[in-house]
Structure formats: C-alpha cells, structure tokens
Design a protein around this ligand. Structure first.
Ligand code: PGA
Length: 257
C-alpha cells in the first residue's frame, strides 16, 4: 500500500515569528496524534528558503516531519547569482523540493526542459522532487488536460529515465484551482491521477503502483477527505491552508483515514 503524503507549500509567506508559532503549534498537534498518524502519513513543510533552517531545527525526530524547498537551481554551484543549489538544500536538511510549480512555470518562464534539468540536479543530490503538473482552464476547456500533464511528465522521463519517477512525488495541480477557491471535484482529480498512473505503468508497472500522486488546488479540511478517499489520490500539496496549523493538521489527519 502507498503511504499518504501531505506537503505544505507556504509560498512567499511568513516571518521568523510566524514560522516559529506555526511549526510549534503543528508539532504539538502531530505529537498528540492530531495531524495524521506518523505510520500512515508523511508530512512535509516547504517554507521560503530563508526559513528552511528554522523549520529543520524545530522538527523533532520521530514525528515524521520533513522539510522541503519550493525551488532549486538546475546547477550545483557556480556563477548563478541569486540561485540556491540542491547541494545547499540537502546540506541544510531538506529532503524534498517542489519543482515545476505552475507559478514558477508561468511567472518565471520555467519550461518543461528547465523543470527536467532541475529534477536531474535535485536527484543527483538525493533530494526527492515533488513534481507539479497541471493544465490551465483554457487547456481543460480545450480537452487537452491529459496531453498537457503527459507532456510535462515526459520531459522529465526523457531526460532522467523512468527509474527516476520512483524517486519523486507527482503533484497534480490544475492551474485553475490554485488559490482560487475552485477545487477539482474528486471525480475530476481521480480521472487525471488515474491517467498519470496508467501513463507511468505503460513504462514500468511496479514504479506506477508505488508512485505517490498528490492533488493540489484549494485543498481545505472541508474537502480533503473526499479527495483523499479516491483510489489514485495519495495525499495533497497544500498552499493557503498550510499556513494555519490547525487547518493543515486536519488535512494531514484526513490523509491518514
Ligand atoms: P492553494 O495552493 O492550496 O492555495 O490553492 C496550492 C499550491 O499552489 O500548491
């Protein structure tokens, strides 16, 4: 059986003080069994890079709380002003890195090829990519959802090989559902998750069976349970709701049912 995973994408939010109180409150809930059983649900917090060290320092051993970055360079070191290397992220204690988020694809012109090269660099350093894929509203209305998602996955597989998929989490995030309050229905999300798993299965059935595929896009405690109950939905990538410890904990709890 696949273990569930819930990751919080804090985006560019927080301060030293708010990070401390959010992590402190969440850790207490997790220790009290109110944020998903540690045997059933992996939890990842992805703060802004400047606060990664704070969160690592505040994550006690034994409660299965991992830390991830929201982005990483496609290079390991050198003259890349303003970039952060996967080597540095691994050194500071990151286990995961979100790659190919739609905000980065749209606002920072990250092409499929760039995302694939970041994926390769992250793997080299032993980071586990959370690879985001998803269609815009226009693409959904044009019936192109599956084509878009497969194209985004194929770029990574072409560069890194299908075996690399065993070392990542795929996050299906329809762009039209991110931060909009519009959530894909469980049926809509399950359809795409199933297609993703089938696409991987055509290349390697064992990797497909073990692949954690999470849903992201306006997930809240109120809709998490119905989404996570779907056969091919193994958890969530949570934006806005991950900034509230109680709400995030309730979502983690829903993933462990
Ligand atoms: P949201 O963001 O939960 O605020 O819609 C999800 C994401 O961007 O990963």
């Amino acid at each position: 059986m696949r273990k569930a995973i819930v990751a919080g994408n804090w985006k560019m939010n927080g301060s030293g003080a708010s990070v401390s109180s959010l992590v402190e409150e969440f850790v207490a809930l997790r220790q009290n069994g109110l944020a998903g059983d540690c045997d059933l649900v992996d939890v990842v917090m992805c703060p802004p890079e400047l606060f990664i060290g704070n969160v690592v320092a505040m994550s006690p051993a034994g409660i299965s709380l991992s830390v991830g970055a929201q982005n990483a360079s496609h290079e390991l070191s050198g003259a890349f002003t303003g970039e952060v290397s996967p080597v540095m992220l691994a050194e500071i204690g990151c286990k995961y890195v979100i790659l190919g988020h739609s905000e980065r694809r749209a606002l920072y012109a990250e092409s499929d090829a760039i995302v694939a090269s970041k994926f390769a660099a992250a793997l080299k350093e032993g980071l586990l990519p959370i690879l985001c894929v998803g269609e815009t509203l226009q693409e959904r209305e044009a019936g192109a959802t599956i084509d878009v998602v497969e194209r985004q996955l194929a770029a990574v597989v072409e560069l890194c090989g299908i075996a690399a998929v065993a070392k990542c989490v795929v996050a299906y995030e329809p762009v039209w559902a991110i931060g909009t309050g519009l959530t894909a229905s469980p049926e809509q999300a399950q359809d795409v998750h199933k297609s993703i798993r089938s696409w991987v299965a055509k290349q390697d059935a064992a990797i497909a069976a073990g692949l954690q595929i999470v849903y992201g896009g306006s997930v809240k405690s109120a809709n998490a349970k119905a989404l996570f109950a779907c056969e091919d939905i193994d958890g969530g990538l949570i934006g806005g709701a991950s900034l509230d410890a109680k709400e995030f904990a309730a979502i983690c709890q829903a993933a462990g049912c």
